[in-house]
Ligand binder design. Structure first.
Ligand SMILES: NC(=O)c1ccc[n+]([C@@H]2O[C@H](COP(=O)([O-])OP(=O)(O)OC[C@H]3O[C@@H](n4cnc5c(N)ncnc54)[C@H](OP(=O)(O)O)[C@@H]3O)[C@@H](O)[C@H]2O)c1
Length: 319
């Protein structure tokens, strides 16, 4: 009698179960389809000619004499922007400027400043006076010479001051100088180069990682404030790229050349306001966010950087 009752109950629940299952499957399929279309849009089709001088004649790039910044400058010159290059050494700025002018036939200007200080922004403001700026790349950034425990960082007081000025102050101040005229013209793009190290704390690179988390939060906050005024502010979070900073000499698929990285990253502007910029990095970012619990990320980060620190200190002792 009881088993008959149970069978009857299961039978009457069959139809609702069927429809709940069908609904969940349809929603999941729609979600997967949406993700696939979004991925194709970002990583295959790209944003067309969004990054063009229609935004404004000039592009400003900080840290433009090497690595990722130099590649942004080249890519933007190729797209027809006039370039304002800002970096530390006038000699290197002149080299990049001449190469862009002869290769892409675009106008360039330079400002030599050290972003490690804070007294430079009047000079930059004067240099930018009267320019129609369509795009700013806040790229300048420094990292540690080697991974180190917070209290053992050589010349810690100066290190803190310099790193916060270069990695954080520059982003806030350059945005202060450039954004008002973009807002007046209701168009403009600001690309802030954060880092995948800003996605989670990275032990033994703690200050660097924290400055990059600041850049990411700053970018996403200001983007939300100004997107209604026609401005795009993108937070770019690369994993390793083979540049002077990382001392990676042999590029691989997951540690690309800066040229390859930038060529991918520029196509994500306007499609993602926070991006890892390059498909293999986006996959790594997604994988770690979904599958790696934060305690594991901290543990592995500490282990990896401790090994690197040991190697660096041993090599230094040997020299
Ligand atoms: N490479 C990576 O794997 C990676 C990963 C994630 C995020 N990032 C970020 O990407 C950005 C660029 O990194 P990168 O690897 O291309 O670095 P890089 O090869 O070391 O180039 C840095 C650029 O910034 C300039 N610069 C450095 N300190 C400066 C200062 N105090 N004042 C003015 N200019 C200064 C350098 O000029 P000089 O040539 O005169 O030194 C150079 O042009 C940084 O914000 C970095 O944090 C890089």
């Amino acid at each position: 009698m009881e088993s008959f009752y149970l069978a009857d109950l299961l039978h009457s629940a069959e139809t609702p179960f069927y429809w709940v299952g069908a609904l969940v499957t349809s929603l999941l399929s729609l979600w997967l389809l949406y993700k696939l279309i979004t991925a194709i849009r970002i990583w295959v089709i790209g944003n067309g000619d969004l990054l063009s001088p229609k935004l404004g004649k000039w592009a400003v790039v900080t840290g433009a004499t090497d690595g990722i910044g130099k590649c942004y400058a080249e890519e933007l010159a190729r797209r027809g922007f006039a370039l304002m290059l800002i970096s530390r050494s006038q000699e290197k700025l002149d080299d990049v400027s001449q190469s862009l002018e002869s290769q892409y036939k675009v106008e360039t200007k330079t400002i030599a400043v050290d972003f490690g200080g804070t007294e430079i922004y009047t000079k930059i403001e004067e240099g930018l006076e009267g320019l129609e700026i369509g795009l700013l790349v806040n790229n300048v950034g420094i990292s540690y010479p080697y991974p180190e425990f917070y209290l053992n960082i050589p010349d810690l007081n100066n290190f803190i001051y310099t790193m916060i000025n270069v990695n954080i102050m520059s982003v806030c101040q350059m945005t202060r100088l450039v954004l008002p005229r973009m807002v007046e013209r209701s168009k403009g793009v600001i690309l802030n180069i954060s880092s995948a190290s800003g996605m989670y704390p990275v032990p033994l690179l703690t200050i660097y990682s924290a400055t990059k988390a600041f850049v990411d939060f700053f970018s996403r906050g200001v983007h939300t404030e100004y997107k209604g005024k026609g401005i795009i502010i993108q937070s770019v979070l690369p994993f390793f790229v083979a540049t002077k900073m990382t001392r990676i000499r042999k590029p691989t698929l997951d540690k690309p050349t800066p040229e390859r990285y930038v060529a991918a990253a520029v196509n994500t502007v306007g499609l993602e306001y926070q991006t890892n910029g390059y498909f293999p990095h986006a996959f790594m970012g997604w994988w770690s966010a979904v599958f790696a619990p934060i305690d594991l990320v901290l543990y592995l980060g500490m282990k990896m950087n401790k090994a690197q620190r040991g190697g660096y200190l041993r090599r230094r002792k040997l020299r």
